[in-house]
Ligand binder design. Structure first.
Ligand SMILES: NC(=O)C1=CN([C@@H]2O[C@H](COP(=O)(O)OP(=O)(O)OC[C@H]3O[C@@H](n4cnc5c(N)ncnc54)[C@H](O)[C@@H]3O)[C@@H](O)[C@H]2O)C=CC1
Ligand SMILES: N/C(=C\C=C\C(=O)O)C(=O)O
Length: 487
């Protein structure tokens, strides 16, 4: 329980109204380790109220033209952009990331999510074919599915929540969103903007609380036919089980164990800083972060030296410090889990080149109880090690050598995940060849995290089911109907 200081109290947002809840959860500032906020601990009753509101709002919202819905999304984007700084500060405090990252990545991308889907919804076309011999014309129409359940994680809170809300409502659905209980504040702040932007009551409802209580109530509700989820693989399994009796439509965006493959002809001037960023951005808490770095033997020592030097320059500090590249991890439990992986690697005989247990972490007095750790580079580690197989989701990356193209592709593909890979080489033919052979939903070559929102985003194997993006999200949040006209 929290102390006596005034805490930020969140409320659910149902049918256009802020509603208190019977019970609350403590929410921590990861950079101080102190409770600063209380989050509704919602359950079945709140989901039932949200479903009633979403059901009532559906006929009106789905009947609006795409142009009208687009206008509402554009207003929302403008309002969010006007409050960018306030949202960036709040996101940083709630999640632990630096304010700089929230200001330059999370909130601008959230604004872009609304603008992007406001535009893309205007440009979809349907199919039409003739069957002259039968005197028929066939065409398709797409209709919103109904009430969409949206469940998002704690690593990119508003960024990933808006990536789901925007396409769902643009397509005419009404939604019930459940952000992570660890990072609920910016979703709650967004509710105030929904009202101002003229989103009708009941179109967007936000219920706060834990996965097992409110998340499962949402997933199990028979009137919510479509669930879009981003988070861990075990939770995805549970959601799949709960949805199965209702045959729900599912989009599952899960974890990764993403390889970077660095060939001897790579431009190390660009590759080293980008691979430091792809390993440690947002404390390594992005499903797209690199965690296995394969380096061709001829440049292995040179790369390793430069990479460790650059990692040591990656400053860990107070999220408010503009010179910090990395803030705090999300929670004490998560910090302990990430540290445990480093211990396992050490016990297996791997070498820790910098970071955890090797270098000293220096923090301002106010942050010493926060959940910080140094970016950590591990080497001399076997491909079978847990650190090379499991998603750590923290600032830990492993560097290993390879000999040939064929060998590295095989090793890169030898994990259960298949989300994102990077390939570094100045040989265009090789880049194409390797990208094609990798079991990965996304391959960035000579760069990382340059996003084209029009194109499919998602993973293969245990990294997920389905894709998100302009066309993919539209198809997911709509049902198609084929109509045959006999003339
Ligand atoms: N995008 C990604 O790939 C993410 C991966 N992770 C991975 O998952 C690990 C654990 O993180 P968690 O926060 O525990 O992830 P999680 O998968 O438990 O949480 C994601 C969301 O699902 C909800 N949820 C949890 N259990 C649920 C259930 N039974 N039914 C419905 N909703 C449920 C959570 O409340 C949250 O909103 C991380 O260490 C990381 O490895 C975590 C967050 C994002
Ligand atoms: N899904 C995640 C990141 C997505 C990034 C993007 O759409 O650009 C994640 O980290 O969970």
């Amino acid at each position: 329980m929290a102390g006596t200081r005034a805490l930020l109290m969140l409320e659910n947002f149902i049918d256009g109204k802020f509603l208190p809840c019977d019970s609350y959860l403590d929410s921590y500032d990861p950079s101080t380790g102190e409770v600063y906020c209380r989050v509704p601990d919602s359950g079945k009753a709140e989901v039932a109220a949200a479903v009633a509101a979403a059901r009532a709002a559906f006929p009106g919202w789905s009947a609006r033209s795409p142009q009208e819905r687009s206008q509402v999304l554009l207003r929302l984007a403008d309002l969010l952009e006007q409050s960018l700084e306030e949202f960036a500060v709040a996101e940083s405090r709630d999640q632990g990331k630096t304010i700089t990252l929230a200001r330059t990545m999370d909130i601008p991308r959230s604004v872009q999510n609304f603008r992007f889907f406001a535009s893309s919804i205007l440009h979809h076309t349907s199919q039409c074919t003739q069957m002259d011999h039968a005197g028929c014309l066939h065409y398709t129409v797409r209709e919103p599915v109904g009430i969409a359940g949206l469940i998002s994680p704690w690593n990119l809170p508003l960024y990933l929540l808006t990536w789901k809300i925007a396409p769902a409502i643009a397509a005419g659905n009404t939604v019930i969103a459940k952000p992570s209980e660890l990072t609920s504040v910016t979703a709650w702040m967004l509710c105030q903007l929904l009202q101002k932007a003229g989103v009708p009551p009941g179109v967007v409802n936000i219920v706060f609380g834990t996965g097992p209580r409110v998340g499962e109530a949402l997933v199990s509700h028979p009137e919510v036919p479509v669930i879009s989820f981003t988070g861990s693989q075990p939770t995805a399994e549970r959601i799949t089980q709960l949805s199965a009796p209702h045959c729900k439509k599912l989009s599952l965006e899960l974890g990764g164990k993403n390889p970077a493959i660095i060939f001897e002809d790579a431009n190390l001037e660009e590759c080293v800083p980008t691979t430091v960023r792809s390993s440690f951005a947002n404390q390594g808490e992005i499903c797209l972060c690199t965690s296995r770095i394969f380096v061709q033997k001829s440049i292995y020592s040179e790369f390793l030296k430069k990479f460790v030097e650059a990692t040591r320059m990656w400053k860990v500090g107070s999220p408010a410090d503009p010179s910090a590249s990395m803030g705090a991890l999300i929670s004490k439990a998560h910090l302990e889990k990430v540290r445990r992986y480093v211990k396992i690697a050490r016990a297996e005989g791997a070498r820790i080149l910098c970071g955890e247990g090797v270098d000293r972490l220096s923090l301002p007095p106010g942050n010493r109880a926060g959940y910080f750790m140094l970016p950590t580079v591990i080497t001399d580690i076997k491909d079978e090690s847990r650190c090379m197989k499991e998603e750590i989701f923290g600032p830990v990356t492993c560097v290993v050598p390879f000999d040939s193209e064929e060998e590295v592709v095989k090793r890169a593909n030898s994990v259960q995940y298949g989300l994102a890979a990077t390939v570094w080489s100045s040989n265009v033919g090789r880049v194409h060849r390797v990208a094609k052979k990798l079991q990965s939903g996304l391959v960035w070559t000579n760069c990382w995290l340059i996003r084209e929102l029009n194109l499919p985003f998602g993973g293969m194997k245990s990294s997920g089911v389905g894709r998100e993006g302009a066309k993919d999200s539209y198809e997911f949040f709509t049902e198609s109907k084929t109509i045959t006209i006999k003339h």
